[in-house]
Design a protein around this ligand. Structure first.
Ligand SMILES: Cc1ncc(COP(=O)(O)O)c(C=O)c1O
Length: 443
C-alpha cells in the first residue's frame, strides 16, 4: 500500500510527539506503516533497513509470527486481568521465563510497563529494602552524569542529561548525587570494545561516600553501557570496581539494562557479559520485543525476602501498576523468550559482533568523524558539530540515511546503531555503507 499515492492522509495535529521536534516533523513527516524482519515500510512504500531495532527494542526482528500469534491468542482468550490481589497464569509464566535468564540470584520479577517505571520501581525497592532492615536513613541515590534512566521524576533525578532535567530542576528528588561520566575523547577515541582508560573513575564513589557517609546512601544506579547519551562503553574494570565499593559500604547496585538487556551485547544481560552482578536490574524494550509495553525489575531474592517477609501482615510493598504483568505483554514476553532461546539469538549476536565492529570502524576516516565506539551489537559514531549549530550535522545524517532507506538514531551529533539481533553481514554492510555515503553528502 502506498498511502501517499492512494491519497490517504493522516491528521498530524493532535498527537504531541515525545522527544520530537514537532514543528519540523509535521512539516515533513516520516511515517512507518508496516514492518517485517529487518525492515520497516514507509507510507510512500519504501523499504527501510532498521539499524536501531525500532528504539533499541525489537531484538528478535519485526513481527515475528510466533510472537504475533501468541498475542492474538491471548487477546481473544482474556484481554485483561488485574494483578492486584488477583492473578493470571501468563504473568507468572513470564516472570519464571525472565528469571531463567537474569543473573545470579536476581530471581524475583516485579512488572512495570516501561523502562521509566521499571527504574522508579527499582529505586523504591532499594529504599524499602533498607527501611525493612532498619536502615531507613539510607535514602540517598547516586546516579551518573550522562546517565539516562527514563523520564519519571526518579529517573530524571538520578539521570544525568541536562536537557531532560532543566525544566524540572526545582522539583527533582532530594538527596541525589552523581558520579562523573566515563567518556573521555582524548583517552578513549576509536577504542574497539571497552576502553582501557577510565576504571579509576569508579573511585569517585568513594569520594561521595566520604562526603555523604555510607549510612545515608541507598543505591547506585548506572547503565552498564550508556546508550541514550550516545553509546558510552564502560572502561575495563570500571563496573567491577563499582561493585566492590558498593559491597564495601552496604550500598545496593542497580544496573539499568533497559537497552543492554536481552542479548544486545551477546549475553542475556550486560551483567553476564561483564561478569558483574548487580542487586537490582531494570529491563523493558527487548523483554517482549517491544510488542506490548512492558518493563520489569529483577530483584535479588534476599532483597525481596527482606521486604516481603519483614512486613506486617497485609500488603508488603505499596507499589504497582494497573498493567503490571498485563496479559498481552506477558504473552508477548513468553513468546519472545521462546524465540530468543530457539534461535540462539544472544549467541548469534555475539558471533556477528566482530563483523559489526570491523564494519563500523571502517568509517574512521569518513568526513567529520571524531570517534567511533562499539560493544556487542551497539555502535556509536560521534561527529564534529557544525560551527555554532550543535546537533545539526547528526540530524542531517539521520535524515539523509532515512532518504536512502536506512534508519539510524541520532542524539545530538552522535549516531547510534543497534540493529535487531537477526541482522546479517550484508545488512551490516548496507547499514554502514549508507552511513558512509550520507557522511560524504553532508560534509
Ligand atoms: C537505560 C534506560 N533506562 C530507561 C529508559 C526509559 O525507558 P522507557 O522509554 O520505556 O520509559 C531507557 C529508554 O531508552 C533507557 O535507555
Amino acid at each position: 500500500m502506498n498511502m501517499r499515492e492512494t491519497g490517504s492522509t493522516v491528521d498530524l495535529s493532535a498527537f504531541w510527539m515525545p522527544f520530537t521536534n514537532n514543528r519540523q516533523f509535521k512539516e515533513a513527516p516520516r511515517l512507518l506503516i508496516s514492518a517485517k524482519g529487518m525492515y520497516y515500510r514507509t507510507d510512500d512504500d519504501r523499504e527501510i533497513l532498521d539499524g536501531t531495532a525500532g528504539l533499541w527494542c525489537v531484538n528478535a526482528g519485526h513481527c515475528r509470527t510466533e510472537i504475533v500469534e501468541a498475542v492474538k491468542a491471548q487477546v481473544e482468550q482474556m484481554e485483561f486481568a488485574p494483578t492486584f490481589q488477583m492473578g493470571h497464569p501468563k504473568a507468572f509464566e513470564a516472570a519464571t521465563r525472565i528469571a531463567a535468564h537474569t543473573p545470579g540470584d536476581l530471581k524475583k520479577i516485579f512488572f512495570a510497563n516501561s523502562g521509566s517505571e521499571a527504574v522508579d520501581s527499582a529505586l523504591k525497592i532499594a529504599l524499602a529494602y533498607h527501611r525493612a532492615r532498619g536502615e531507613g536513613q539510607r535514602t540517598r541515590l547516586i546516579g551518573r552524569e550522562r546517565g539516562y534512566h527514563g523520564v519519571g521524576f526518579g529517573g530524571i533525578s538520578v539521570g544525568g542529561l541536562g536537557p531532560n532535567r532543566k525544566a524540572y530542576s526545582g522539583q527533582l528528588l532530594p538527596s541525589v548525587d552523581h558520579l562523573p561520566q566515563t567518556y573521555n575523547l582524548k583517552e578513549q577515541a576509536f577504542s574497539k570494545g571497552q576502553p582501557t582508560w577510565g576504571a579509576h573513575l569508579a573511585d569517585q564513589l568513594e569520594r561521595l561516600v566520604t562526603l555523604h557517609d555510607a549510612s545515608t546512601i541507598a543505591a547506585v544506579i548506572v547503565e552498564p553501557l550508556a546508550g541514550s547519551a550516545g553509546v558510552l562503553v564502560p572502561p575495563q574494570g570500571y563496573l567491577q570496581r563499582l561493585r566492590e565499593i558498593c559491597d564495601k559500604h552496604g550500598i545496593l547496585l542497580i544496573f539499568d539494562e533497559v537497552i543492554t538487556g536481552w542479548g544486545r551485547l551477546g549475553a542475556p544481560f550486560a551483567s553476564q557479559y561483564f561478569g558483574v552482578t548487580p542487586d537490582l536490574l531494570t529491563m523493558a524494550k527487548g523483554t517482549n520485543n517491544a510488542t506490548v509495553p512492558m518493563g520489569a525489575v529483577a530483584v535479588r531474592n534476599d532483597v525481596h525476602d527482606t521486604i516481603v517477609n519483614g512486613a506486617a501482615a497485609g500488603i508488603e510493598f505499596f507499589h504497582g501498576y494497573t498493567y503490571s504483568g498485563h496479559p498481552l505483554a506477558a504473552a508477548a514476553a513468553v513468546a519472545t523468550i521462546d524465540v530468543y532461546e530457539k534461535d540462539n539469538l544472544f549467541e548469534r549476536a555475539a558471533k556477528i559482533s566482530p563483523y559489526f565492529e570491523q564494519a563500523i570502524h571502517r568509517l574512521h576516516d569518513a568526513p567529520n568523524v571524531l570517534d567511533i565506539r562499539n560493544l556487542g551489537l551497539v555502535g556509536g559514531l560521534e561527529l564534529k558539530p557544525r560551527e555554532g549549530k550543535p546537533g545539526a550535522r547528526g540530524y542531517e545524517v539521520f535524515l539523509k540515511c532515512f532518504e536512502k532507506g536506512v534508519l539510524v538514531r541520532c542524539t545530538g551529533d552522535i549516531l547510534a546503531f543497534s540493529p535487531p539481533l537477526i541482522v546479517n553481514e550484508q545488512q551490516i554492510d548496507h547499514l554502514f555503507g549508507t552511513v558512509a555515503e550520507a557522511l560524504k553528502e553532508t560534509a
